[in-house]
Write a protein that binds this ligand. Sequence first.
Ligand code: UDP
Length: 245
Amino acid sequence: MSQSEKLYEGKAKILYTTADPEILLTVYKDDATAFNAQKRGQIQGKGAINCQITAALFEWLGSQNILTHYIDCPEPNQMRVKAVTIVPIEVVVRNIAAGSLCRQTGLPEGKILASPLVEYYYKNDELGDPLLTRDRIFLLNLVDPQRLPEIDNMARKINQNLQSFFDQCDITLVDFKLEFGIDAQENLLLADEISPDTCRLWDKHETDPQAKIMDKDRFRKDLGQVETAYQKVQQRVLARLKQWR
Ligand code: UDP
């Protein structure tokens, strides 16, 4: 990793420059945090697992004409990505009610939504990532107004593709978080990661409400078997990608 400089260290990843200014290197860490970093821990092997799951899903989405920042993985826990300016909005897509949607609206957990819900949160740890409205997004100048419909459409298209991909892995995609970036040519690209850290994933054939959880909720709720659940997701996703290839 010569000529590299640490650009940024987040809760789950470290970003480095490379010799090529258009390419950055993301190193995925085993560190786990929840509740805005109030709960901290380590999940053995998580960095490599999340990196490999993200790479597989980005490769699949790329084949479905969705632009992503993914280039390749020089090591199991390292991903080379196109340099982008990250839009400071966390886009959450929900198919089934869970988490903050239930806490804030009273909807019962597990309720299937009539159509996918796309929500925007301010990517700002100090403020605790608050829910945004369209007008607040424009008030704060978080993104060019014409980009918001583009982000919304892309998030919905990603959801359709991921739902069918995970379904073929016998996994229900409950909800997930996306981040977008804009490259030097002004293209909107899917960025960051898609992994059990950023999705709610339920085992399709498991009826027990705790046993079915295959994502970070196992860590958040101290359910144990976190590594095993992440490994299972990785195995199913990679097997599905192999079949498709
Ligand atoms: N999520 C995420 N990062 C965040 C907040 C949420 O990856 O900073 C993901 C989370 O894992 C879940 C989805 O976005 O898959 C919706 O999360 P929710 O708003 O329900 O928040 P939570 O219940 O996790 O506080």
